[in-house]
Design a protein around this ligand. Structure first.
Ligand code: SF4
Length: 267
């Protein structure tokens, strides 16, 4: 079995959610404009480091979504997002704070790590390069609002960065956040992940996989208002038995009905 950060994080959010997604094959419909834009923007960043026409790549990649029935939030539109994307690329280029040597090797890098005889863990790191002259593992993020920077040091608790530091052994990590707002902004957030955090994350992964392999999928739905994850969970229709919600939010991957492989699990 190959595990990833997304899988571990889905299980930790709610084990029942993990079961819906990875065992029963239910997937959220890909209709959020922000997701498509994020993918198009990452391709444009790759083009930028390869010294290609980044704005042209952004237009071409984002054009593929233009006639799709996407859900735009916060008054967004296809044109507005394109314009913000181009402004963000301009700002990023003017800042000139990131250097990626050998971009064909150091962008979208696959790391895998054996966990046991039967399991391994895979991560795709957006980039490894220099942020203001410090060599870092880099993650790109696109968002419509700024990432919080207070209290000081908050970024060191980001579980995805801790995971990627554990995977690569690189302590210096950075999130480059492209904020689509009226006046666009690029945040350059950097922190250091400690040895202890990496070790703890390894233990968390082992512990989580142990629970998955012993088929512990009880729902974690009891967190009180307003922090109840069920209210924003795409699988809420399944948990409530409401077919109409299931049809709106989810699709089922063909063949995923076959749960025979569950018998292979070690209890
Ligand atoms: S709706 Fe709630 S209980 Fe059901 S999978 Fe989502 S978070 Fe878990």
């Amino acid at each position: 079995m190959t595990y990833s950060y997304t899988q571990i994080s889905q299980y930790l959010t709610c084990p029942r959610r993990y079961r819906h997604r990875y065992l029963d094959g239910w997937q959220e419909k890909d209709t959020r404009a922000a997701m498509g834009f994020g993918r198009a923007f990452e391709r444009a960043l790759t083009a930028y480091f390869l010294r290609e026409d980044a704005a042209g790549v952004l237009f071409r990649e984002w054009a593929a979504y233009q006639n799709q029935p996407l859900h735009y939030s916060n008054g967004d539109s296809w044109d507005r997002m394109l314009q913000q994307g181009i402004q963000l690329l301009d700002r990023f280029c003017q800042d000139g704070r990131i250097r990626i040597r050998q971009p064909r090797r150091n962008l979208q890098i696959k790391f895998s790590r054996p966990l046991s005889e039967n399991n391994d863990f895979v991560a795709y790191i957006d980039a490894i390069g220099k942020v203001d002259d410090t060599r870092c593992l880099i993650e790109w993020k696109t968002t419509s609002s700024r990432y919080p920077e207070e209290p000081d040091g908050l970024l060191a608790l980001d579980p995805q960065l801790v995971c990627y530091s554990w995977m690569t052994g690189i302590p210096e990590v950075a999130q480059i956040v492209f904020v689509r707002k009226r006046l666009v902004e690029v945040q350059y957030l950097r922190t250091t992940i400690t040895d202890e955090q990496r070790q703890e994350f390894g233990q968390l992964v082992a512990d989580t996989i142990g629970r998955i392999e012993s088929a512990q999928f009880l729902p974690h739905s009891g967190i009180r208002f307003p922090q109840n994850p069920c209210s924003t969970c795409p699988y809420v229709g399944l948990c409530l038995g409401k077919q109409q919600l299931v049809e709106i939010d989810l699709v089922r991957r063909p063949g995923a009905e076959n749960l025979g492989w569950l018998d292979e699990l070690t209890y």
